[in-house]
Design a protein around this ligand. Structure first.
Ligand code: NAD
Length: 421
């Protein structure tokens, strides 16, 4: 494979576009609609000047891509990582549009990022980057325009800084300007674990379909951050056997099942996951190919590719991460009979509870955790059923079915606005 082909395979935007094209073809989508929905509505690039603790001035590159406002304000994460690129943000923004449409919530998609290494920055430096980024974005963010949420390298503290910067500028407290913020600042119950919980809900649905029991189901999770660790905790508590976990430094495997509560405690104490005693060590990529029933990639994009897809042993793939599988790997997984629950369905629990948070902020009335979890379950289960119905009706794999469902919904809204195919 030439370098360009490899690069193309690993590009998040290219993978999104390949799936979009296939779904649009199956739907016989009008060419004008297709051109409009494939490309982002708006892209903003900023260069953020920040005074470092040393007194030196550093400049960070930041992006915000708004893919679609057809079904409502844009909604999307904010990522802090050294490898962030506009291409990646563009692809993830489009995926957010499809994700919101799959779970039928009234948002379009967006995504943002800042090229930086959050682990190497002080809290003060992170705060200054965040506030300056928010100030640069003021014209395009806000409860009715575009609502950021945490993603890799950002957290509820980041969202609290953005909310405060936004509120200072508009001169009134605007809790609905971000989601994934602390509960004491207008955040929602259940939001920290929402993505992991959503992954478990759709995995449960797949198990039902195959007549499997949780207790007899071995799970491997790549990524032990917000999504991976919450999924591990919830699935362990629900009876699943978690046989492998990994983070960026390496992984652990035990076919009899890992002691998840002890491992969570170990990591909470700031110790490295791979130094957890008494378990077999394994590489963070090798773990994807280990023997298990459910594989839950919850780390980063493009980890399952045409190079390793045929060696995946899991029968069910639950995509906790965004875009963990490249488009060329889709066909290989399908041929090998892997039941794929695609990212725009599997990890939509996060944006669904973000929607609940936005609704609660706008109402000024907050729901109990059990209310949030119950509503989340209803939405995830019905989205799972909708996707499987599309897969059956159109004789396509689950990913293309999810794209078809999403594109159908967005195109229908576009028609209602007066654009006729
Ligand atoms: P995070 O920063 O909290 O955690 C990421 C984890 O992945 C860390 O444990 C890190 O060590 C590990 N990791 C990174 N690269 C790795 C690699 N190559 N191999 C193994 N482990 C690796 O991030 P997060 O919020 O948990 O997000 C993880 C993924 O889920 C991302 O793709 C993100 O876009 C997606 N996602 C997150 C949410 C959310 O609510 N946080 C919602 C939807 C989708």
């Amino acid at each position: 494979m030439s370098v360009t082909e490899t690069e193309k395979e690993l590009s998040v935007y290219e993978s999104m576009a390949a799936r979009f094209d296939m779904a649009a073809r199956k739907l016989n989508l009008d060419e004008g609609f297709s051109r409009y929905l494939r490309a982002p509505s708006r892209e903003l690039i900023v260069h953020i000047p920040v005074a470092m603790d040393s007194g030196r001035l550093e400049v960070f590159d930041g992006f915000r891509v708004q893919h679609s406002l057809v079904r409502g304000p844009c909604k999307g994460g904010l990522r802090y990582a050294p490898g962030v690129t506009l291409d990646e943000i563009r692809g993830l923004a489009a995926e957010m549009t499809w994700k919101c449409a799959v779970v039928n919530i009234p948002f379009g998609g967006s995504m943002g990022g800042v090229v930086c290494e959050p682990q190497k920055l002080s809290q003060g430096e992170l705060e200054r980057i965040t506030r300056r980024y928010a100030a640069e974005m003021l014209d395009c963010i806000g409860p009715e325009r575009d609502v950021p949420a945490p993603d890799m390298g950002t957290n509820e503290q980041t969202m609290a800084w953005i909310m405060d910067t936004y509120s200072m500028h508009v001169r009134h407290t605007t809790t609905a300007s971000v989601t994934g913020k602390p509960v004491d600042l207008g955040g929602s119950q259940g939001s920290q674990e929402a993505t992991g919980r959503g992954c478990m809900i759709v995995c449960d649905q797949a198990l039902k379909r195959f007549g499997r029991q949780r207790e007899a189901t071995r799970v491997i999770i790549q990524g032990f951050g917000n999504v991976g660790s919450q999924a591990a905790r919830l699935m362990h508590e629900a009876g699943y056997r978690i046989v492998g976990v990994a983070d960026i430094e390496g992984g652990l495997f035990n076919s009899r099942g890992l002691n998840i509560p002890a491992l969570l405690e170990h990591v909470r104490e700031g110790k490295s996951l791979k130094l957890f005693p008494g378990e077999q060590r394994i590489g963070n990529m090798e773990i994807l190919e280990e023997d298990c029933d459910v594989l839950l990639p919850a780390a980063t994009e493009s980890v399952i590719t045409s190079r390793n897809a045929s060696r995946i042993k899991a029968r069910i793939l639950v995509e906790g991460a965004d875009s963990p599988t490249t488009a060329p790997a889709d066909d290989i997984l399908f041929e090998h009979g892997v039941f794929v629950i695609p990212d725009i369905l599997a990890n939509a629990g996060g944006v669904t509870v973000s929607y609940f948070e936005w609704v609660q902020d706008r109402q000024g009335y907050f729901w109990s955790e059990s209310d949030v979890n119950q509503k989340l379950e209803q939405i995830q289960v019905s989205a799972f059923d909708d996707v499987l119905r599309y897969a059956q009706k159109h004789n396509v794999n689950n990913r293309i079915a999810a794209y078809m469902l999403a594109i159908d919904r967005v195109a229908f809204s576009l028609k209602l606005q007066g654009f006729y195919a």
